[in-house]
Design a protein around this ligand. Sequence first.
Ligand SMILES: N[C@@H](CCC(=O)N[C@@H](CS)C(=O)NCC(=O)O)C(=O)O
Length: 253
Amino acid sequence: MTESTNLLTSTLASTWRGWQGIAARTDTDQPRQMLQLYEFENCPHCRIVREVLTELDLDAQIYPCPKGGERFRDQAMALGGKAQFPLLIDPNTGAEMYESMDIVGYLYQQYGNDDVPMRWRIVPLQKLSSYLASAARMTRGTYAVPSKPPELLLELYSFEGSPFARPVREVLCQMEIPYILRSCGRSEPGEWLPPKLRDALGIEPNSKLHNRVALLEKEGKQGIPYLYDPNTGEGLFESEAIIGYLEDTYARD
Ligand SMILES: N[C@@H](CCC(=O)N[C@@H](CS)C(=O)NCC(=O)O)C(=O)O
C-alpha cells in the first residue's frame, strides 16, 4: 500500500466511525492503576473500546493479540478463559470483561460518572460502522508478524480517530509489541484547527488533558502520534518515522 493510499483508507476508517474517538472529556476520574486491554487493532469490537478510552481520557496497557500471535493470546486465555477480544482487566476493581458494549458501559459508569451517551446505545449502527472501518483497512492490524519482544512497554501518545496514529498502532499490533496507550484526544475548540491555520491565527491549543500537557513539557510540542521507547531512550514524532523505527528495532526476519 502506498503512503497516500494508507492515509486515505485510514481517513476513510475514521470517517465510517463518524470521527468518534477524538473528542475527550476532562472531568473523568482517573484510575489509580492502569487498565489493561487485550485486543487487536483491526477488530471492530476492540476499536469501540479504544474510542471510549479516548473519550474518557483513560490510559491503558495494550497487549496486542493479533491472529496467529503467540505472545499474549495465551495470557488472555489464562486470564479470561477464552480467546475473544477485547478483554479488559481493571486491577482497581478486579473486573475482567469481554463484550465491547459491556466494557463501554463499565467505563462510563466507573470513570465517566455518567450514563452511557445515547449514540453508544445504537449498537447495530456502532457495530456496522466499525466493521466498515475495519474493511477499509483490509488486513492491517490483524495478523502477527515475527518480531523481537521489548523488555519494557513502549509508550504511544495517540487518539483513536487519528488517521496518522492508526498505522502506528497497526504495526505495534502486528509485531505484538505491548505499549502504554497515552490517550491524547482533543478537549479544546482550538485543537480541531489544522496546526498551520492555528499558528496563522495565533490560537494556542491550550489542552487541559494530562498527556498533552506532559508531552508539551517533555518535547515542546503536541504532535500525535508520538512514540517513546524506554528500552532505547528514543522519542519520535511522525507516523512514517515511528514505523521505520519499529521495523529497524524490533523486526525479526
Ligand atoms: N460480542 C463481542 C464480539 C467479540 C469478537 O467477536 N471478537 C473477535 C475479534 S473481532 C474475536 O475475539 N475473535 C477471536 C480471535 O480473533 O481469535 C464484543 O462485542 O466484544
